[in-house]
Design a protein around this ligand. Structure first.
Ligand code: GDD
Ligand code: MN
Length: 384
């Protein structure tokens, strides 16, 4: 047994030496940047055994074809094309998982990151006691180039928020340009949230021990081809990542959002009920309309915020709405049933609050909400 294992890990003779550095480069519609980037990498990394994995989320502009075209003559280049997926962080994670090199770097495809820094990043990891080297815009010598005041302001606020969840002192936790020893990545990979744009922040917040980190300054360049993918969705995902790392161990962030929207639904319900009664409808009609309106608004709010990353559209939206009605109706029955059960005192569960209407009612609401959340997360917004 022992011998077999020992023999199997003995290195086999190989034609070419394996790379010591893998660059993982996420791409979404970057076709014009690929060739110039590879030219620059070739120059900057002369003398290093490197490879590059482009992780493409099915760009519509033909980026993966451009990469594969080059890959046919350059074995250092590979394309990992993902279908039906989106997300900068998960793209980086999967790219890193596809590499075996002892050192792994992450950089953008759009030439905004200074490739001339790569050899120093690698040398730092190889010869100095650091686990992660970060290309930093916010240490002396670094900079953000031609940003307007608004973008600079937003970035600086987000940076300050991010520092709260990092285990390490860092000037630029939002940088998308860094290199690390692969063990550091492997040690944290199962705890990564994978949400959104901030893969470095995710690693720094999830690593079981404090990584030894060094920042090297660089000037963030201005994009020449293509456009930025930073949008409100990215901002929302950033908020979810922060919340998850701050309170996620207490209550899942999605459930907190779902519950807050549910609470808002009660307010909606009461307003509609009041309006309907004022318009002289009978109580049953008024209550039915109020409940329907509240369920509908809850559905759309959850679709807009709680499940922003897997938002339903078109025919799926209608299907989702119907399933949400059905699930919430069962939830309402469970709510009332459980509240009545607790109120009656026929049970040992929560017997302390038997006979107290408002506490029994809250118990019912909790049971109903958990049901609605759990079941709708499986049937209404099933992750694709
Ligand atoms: N595979 C994949 N999937 N790649 C993506 C996605 C995605 O959903 N979204 C963006 N990318 C790729 C882009 O093609 C580009 O190569 C890189 O990720 C960065 O995207 P940009 O749209 O250029 O981002 P940015 O310049 O606004 O933001 C950069 O700076 C931020 C700091 O201000 C990135 O480096 C961020 O990580 C960084 O936080
Ligand atoms: Mn960019």
């Amino acid at each position: 047994m022992m011998e077999a294992t020992a023999r199997s890990i003995e290195p086999r003779p190989v034609a070419a030496k394996a790379p010591e550095l893998t660059l993982v480069i996420p791409t979404l519609n970057e076709r014009e940047n690929i060739a110039p980037l590879l030219e620059r990498l070739d120059l900057a990394l002369a003398g290093t055994r490197w490879e590059v994995i482009f992780v493409d989320d099915d760009s519509k502009d033909g980026t993966p074809d451009v990469v594969r075209e080059i890959a046919r003559t350059d074995p250092r280049v590979r394309c990992l094309q993902r279908i039906g997926r989106r997300g900068l962080s998960t793209a980086c994670i999967e790219g890193m998982l596809a590499s075996a090199a002892p050192y792994v770097g992450v950089m953008d495809a759009d030439l905004q990151h200074d490739e001339a820094l790569l050899p120093r990043m690698l040398a730092t990891l190889k010869h100095e006691p650091y686990d992660i080297v970060v290309g930093s815009r916010y240490t002396a010598g670094g900079g953000v180039g031609e940003w307007d005041a608004t973008r600079a302001g937003i970035s600086s606020l987000a940076t300050r928020l991010s520092r709260m969840i990092c285990k390490t002192e860092i000037a630029d936790p939002m940088s998308g340009f860094f290199m690390l020893r692969r063990e550091v990545f492997e040690n944290s990979v199962r705890d990564l949230s994978g949400q959104g744009f901030k893969i470095l922040l995710d690693i720094l917040a999830s690593s079981p021990d404090t990584p030894r980190l060094k920042e090297l300054p660089f000037q963030f360049r201005t994009r020449r081809y293509g456009e930025s993918k930073l949008d409100t969705m990215v901002a929302w995902e950033f908020g979810m990542l922060l919340a998850d790392k701050l309170v996620g161990h207490l209550v899942p962030v999605r459930f907190a959002l779902f519950a807050a929207i549910g609470a808002l639904g009660v307010v909606v319900d009461l307003i509609v009920l009041w309006a309907a009664l004022a318009a002289h409808s009978g109580f049953i009609t008024a209550q039915t309309v109020a409940t329907l309106v509240a369920m509908t608004s809850n559905f759309f709010l959850n679709n807009l915020f709680t499940y922003r990353d897997q938002r339903l559209k078109g025919a799926r939206l209608l299907r989702g709405l119907v399933s949400f009605y059905v699930i919430c109706s069962v939830g309402a029955v469970a709510n009332v049933g459980f509240a009545a059960f607790v109120y009656s005192g026929e049970t040992h569960i929560l017997s302390g609050i038997a006979g107290i209407p408002w506490l029994a009612s809250i118990a019912g609401v909790v049971v109903g909400s958990v049901w609605n959340y759990a079941v709708s997360s499986v049937f209404t917004w099933k992750a694709r």
